[in-house]
Design a protein around this ligand. Structure first.
Ligand code: HEM
Length: 399
């Protein structure tokens, strides 16, 4: 009979994430969306797909998004809230992130209307809840059926026309009518071009589109709400740091890293063993389940000090580690969107020029005078066992 092992020591968890003979198992329940998507593949199949898709996520691309594309999207999305003086951070996060993630996924938004954004938001939320079904507290069969129907509609409404427009562009490229620079820079284009000739069916393509949309949006949005909560709580207890938020991008980035360490978007990684092995006093047999407890490992007092379970943006980070701990994974499945979401932390003597979308949104919200709404109460999402905010009301503008 197969056994379950839980790894919670920081170094051992890091080792387990990099172990090639442990196969992804977190998304088995959410297979309606997650079957055969990148994060669920293993070995050569995973390597081939990842190396093709990585082309989209190079550093210059993130810099371009962060400096050229994102500030405009952010400003436009924020404007009506500044006008009304209030918002729900969770809803706002979805609104601002979803258009960004569908763009790099390769889903066209022909209408560019608020209704279209709302539809994509609803689909992304549903796909996110389906992918993480292992932690759902609602009827799983009903969720599965809803997701199946939504995936068909996502395919018809968005994927089919997006494939058509890219196929036409690729034909124009072949005919010499356009150049490489005229091609959209997104995952769908790379997959349709398929220069490495990987095997991928049409159904897999649609699921991969849904996966990239949710992988980019769901994680960043919940990270944003946790980070804002931590920063609002911290600055209310440490008013001297409010000025740092306004003046030092590095401080905001440190706050975001610290929050990501405490609140990894999935509290665990889950794997299945492909052969017998030994990790942290566990004798693991082939077929055993291995739970890598990221949340506990990230709160290791040996690694992060005696107050490791608390938010402290001034924490000393051990040499060779990042402030966000293991929250972006390690090894073969390490997050492809790390630089987009979290930016790059430069050495102390260099200025921050790439702080990542979560820190950028936080900075803009603080500039807009964000503070908790005194008349409304924030709530956690009760549809999942994951520690996520479901509703986070704030006020903006002058007090
Ligand atoms: C704060 C935000 C984010 C967090 C905390 C996060 C976290 C993670 C983690 C923990 C994994 C590894 C899963 C595992 O080992 O089983 C992962 C994988 C992945 N992430 Fe992220 N992620 C974030 C944002 C993004 C964004 C913005 C993108 C957009 C491109 C993205 C795309 C991916 C992809 C494609 C994978 C799968 C990589 C593979 O299997 O080879 N993530 N992410």
């Amino acid at each position: 009979m197969s056994k379950q092992h839980t790894i919670s020591d920081y170094d051992e968890a890091s080792k387990a994430l990099r172990e090639k003979n442990l196969r992804q198992a977190l998304y088995d329940e959410g297979s309606v969306i997650m079957q055969d998507v990148l994060v669920n593949l293993h070995g050569d199949e995973h390597r081939a797909r990842r190396s093709l898709e990585t082309q989209v996520f190079r550093r210059d691309f993130f810099r371009y998004y962060e400096t050229e594309v994102f500030p405009t999207t952010l400003k436009e999305t924020l404007a009506p809230y500044i006008e009304s003086g209030e918002m729900d951070l969770v809803d706002f996060g979805y609104r601002v992130m979803v258009n960004l993630t569908v763009d790099f996924t390769g889903i066209d938004r022909p209408l560019k209307t608020p209704e279209e954004t709302a539809d994509l938001m609803a689909l992304t939320q549903l796909f996110g809840r389906t992918a993480t079904m292992a932690h759902a507290t609602v009827d799983r069969d009903a969720l599965r059926a809803e997701a199946r129907e939504a995936l068909d509609r996502f395919d018809e409404t968005y994927v089919v026309p997006s494939i058509a427009s890219r196929t036409e562009k690729l034909q124009q490229l072949k005919a010499g009518e356009i150049t490489e620079e005229d091609l959209p820079r997104d995952v769908l284009t790379v997959l349709l071009r398929n220069e490495d000739n990987i095997d991928m069916t049409r159904d897999m393509l649609t699921r991969e589109m849904a996966f990239f949309t949710l992988a980019g949006a769901h994680t960043s949005i919940h990270t944003l709400t946790h980070a804002m909560h931590e920063m609002l709580t911290w600055t209310s207890a440490h008013p001297e740091d409010r000025k740092r938020i306004d003046e030092a991008p590095r401080f905001i980035q440190r706050c975001v890293f610290e929050s990501i360490r405490l609140h990894p978007s999935s509290p665990i990684a889950s794997r299945r063993s492909l052969c017998p092995m030994h990790i942290e006093q566990h004798d693991i047999d082939e077929g055993d389940s291995v739970i890598i407890d990221l949340q506990t490992a990230n709160r290791s007092t040996d690694m992060f000090g005696s107050d490791a379970s608390e938010f402290n943006p001034h924490r000393d980070i051990p040499k060779g580690q990042q402030g966000y701990g293991l929250s972006f994974g390690r090894g073969m499945h390490a997050c492809l969107g790390l630089n987009l979401a979290a930016g790059v932390m430069p050495p102390e003597d260099k200025t921050v020029d790439h702080m990542g979308t979560v820190a950028l949104i936080s900075q803009v919200l603080f500039q807009a005078g964000v503070r908790p709404d005194p008349d409304k109460t924030a709530e956690k999402d009760t549809r999942t066992e994951r520690d996520l905010w479901g509703y986070y009301p704030v006020r903006l503008g002058p007090v």
